[in-house]
Design a binder for this molecule. Structure first.
Ligand SMILES: Cc1cc2nc3c(=O)[nH]c(=O)nc-3n(C[C@H](O)[C@H](O)[C@H](O)COP(=O)(O)OP(=O)(O)OC[C@H]3O[C@@H](n4cnc5c(N)ncnc54)[C@H](O)[C@@H]3O)c2cc1C
Length: 285
């Protein structure tokens, strides 16, 4: 198991965690959606970040990302689809790639996680958020892909390539979707099934299937990592930013209000330090 720290989310909290961990000479990999997807990129002007007033949100993010890269933080663009606690460490799935590490910092920001009826109850029993992780289970079967993220067509193409019978559901047919994959326009969705998924209701019409892949830009942390304690949508942490799961820390908007850059950066610093300390303690035992 590689002794490095994995960070989910490349906003202020994740980048600050990476910088703090590099200051303690730890290897760090930050996986995040492109910086322009961070809510901060939309801020016209940030006047309350101490010491650096007047920058646009995009400028502040770029400076943070540049600082992290200069410190030796490895940053890759991508959406983490699944996290597996494995062999005393963690494995992240990003598209068709996997990345391993020994400690984990969650910094995904606020994840809007309104779910479709039936989704929660059938998660893991036909409902999946990760084509690469679960696709093989559905070879030769009918699956519906609910495309809500930019990378969803790619994931649908992957499912098609391994032999799933894919139907893609979204507001309109996306660019990049394999022409052999049928598309359905759908807005109101509901997952149906008793023990397992049996159909997806698309605007009231029943589409029989064995699997439903729901691909959004972000996944609620508790769905990514079972066992995580969440209260009113925020990850519960202590003063060390520990989530209570061994080796798992969290920082930024995902831990609750105030939703501010200074708070995200401060928590990221503590989470990065705590993750580094966790590795050192592990190495010495
Ligand atoms: C319009 C606007 C103006 C604002 N103005 C200010 C201001 O003036 N001052 C201020 O202090 N704050 C401001 N904020 C709030 C500030 O943007 C947030 O508090 C801050 O960005 C939180 O940082 P974070 O790192 O916790 O989360 P985020 O910045 O949300 O970063 C998290 C990143 O992780 C990504 N992510 C989520 N899940 C995954 C996954 N599974 N895999 C990979 N990546 C993932 C997200 O897409 C996102 O890019 C503003 C916000 C908005 C929307």
């Amino acid at each position: 198991m590689e002794e490095r720290i994995l960070v989910v989310g490349a906003g202020p909290a994740g980048l600050a965690a990476g910088i703090a961990a590099r200051s303690r000479n730890k290897a760090v990999l930050v996986v995040g959606n492109p910086t322009q997807d961070s809510p901060l990129a939309k801020a016209e002007r940030v006047d309350n970040y101490p010491g650096l007033p007047g920058l646009t949100g995009a400028q502040l993010l770029e400076q943070l990302a540049q600082h992290a890269r200069n410190m030796g933080v490895e940053c890759i663009n991508g959406k983490v689809n699944a996290i597996l606690a494995w062999d005393g460490g963690f494995m992240l799935t990003v598209g068709s790639q996997t990345y391993q590490g020994s400690a984990l910092v969650l910094a995904p920001g606020v994840v809007q996680s309104a779910k479709y009826p039936g989704e929660e109850a059938l998660l893991g029993r036909g409902v999946s958020y990760c084509a690469t992780c679960d696709g093989m289970l559905y070879r030769g079967r009918d699956v519906m892909v609910v495309g809500r993220s930019k990378d969803a067509p790619e994931e649908a193409n992957f499912l098609h390539s391994i032999g799933c019978r894919v139907t893609y559901v979204s507001a309109q047919r996306p660019a990049g979707l394999n022409e052999a994959i049928p598309h359905r326009v759908g807005h109101r969705l509901e997952v149906e099934g008793e023990q397992r998924v049996s159909a997806l209701l698309v605007d009231g019409e029943r589409c029989p299937c064995q699997g439903v892949f729901i691909l959004r830009p972000a996944i609620a942390p508790a769905d990514l990592l079972p066992g995580l304690q969440v209260e009113q949508g925020s990850i519960v942490v202590d003063r060390n930013m520990s989530t209570g799961l061994p080796g798992v820390f969290a920082a930024g908007d995902c831990t609750g209000r105030p939703y501010q850059v200074a708070k995200a950066v401060g928590e990221g610093l503590v989470a990065g330090e705590s993750a580094a300390e966790y590795l050192e303690t592990k190495e010495n035992n």
